[in-house]
Design a binder for this molecule. Structure first.
Ligand SMILES: [Zn+2]
Length: 186
């Protein structure tokens, strides 16, 4: 099993990219750090301004290669991260709310196979919440709350994933130092 530790700067960079309540767009980016076998330290999370995440898209391929090259000059290239947000789905006359959940979708898994089959993917699910409880690590996921405007808070859930030898998706053990979590989340 892979063990992923997210260092403070990378955590801040990822959350800053995701936490943009005015424009609820899913965000994506690439990760740098150290990879020693199954021990991974994430030190850098570089957001990528990509609208279309499909590998067939030319913009996607070019921009990712550019950022990836840049990261590789100073770090081991580790993989990517992206957000899953709450979305309102309009179906006929019905409106449905899909909450953002942690986990890899089919598309996410395909992207990993194409781009970094030996890498990791960090998924951050963000949903509005009225609650606010101390950050914790539970079942390899990090759960923390951030204050929003008015009474609205945001619940963030972070998971890390990789592909095993048969390219099946697996959940990695995820770590963030306790003092980093406590200073960051409310
Ligand atoms: Zn996804």
């Amino acid at each position: 099993m892979k063990v992923v530790e997210i260092k403070k700067p990378a955590l801040v960079q990822m959350i800053a990219a995701v936490y943009e309540p005015i424009k609820p767009l899913e965000c994506t980016g690439l990760l740098g750090g150290e990879m020693n076998g199954d021990r991974i330290k994430v030190r850098l999370a570089q957001p990528a301004q990509i609208v279309d995440r499909r590998p067939a898209s030319v913009d996607y391929a070019n921009e990712w290669k550019r950022i990836r090259d840049l990261i590789s000059r100073s770090y081991d290239f580790l993989g990517g991260f992206h957000s899953h947000l709450r979305t309102i789905v309009q179906e006929d006359s019905e409106k449905r709310i899909d909450l953002g959940t942690v986990g890899l979708s089919e598309t996410d898994t395909e992207t990993m196979k194409d781009e970094y089959p030996r890498g990791i993917e960090i998924v951050i699910a963000m949903n509005p919440s009225r609650r606010k409880i101390p950050a914790r690590v539970s079942d390899y996921r990090i759960i923390g709350y951030l204050a929003g405007r008015g009474k609205r808070n945001y619940r963030l859930e972070i998971g890390a994933y990789y592909l095993d030898g048969s390219l099946r998706k697996r959940r990695a053990e995820l770590h963030v130092q306790k003092r980093v979590m406590n200073s960051f989340f409310c």
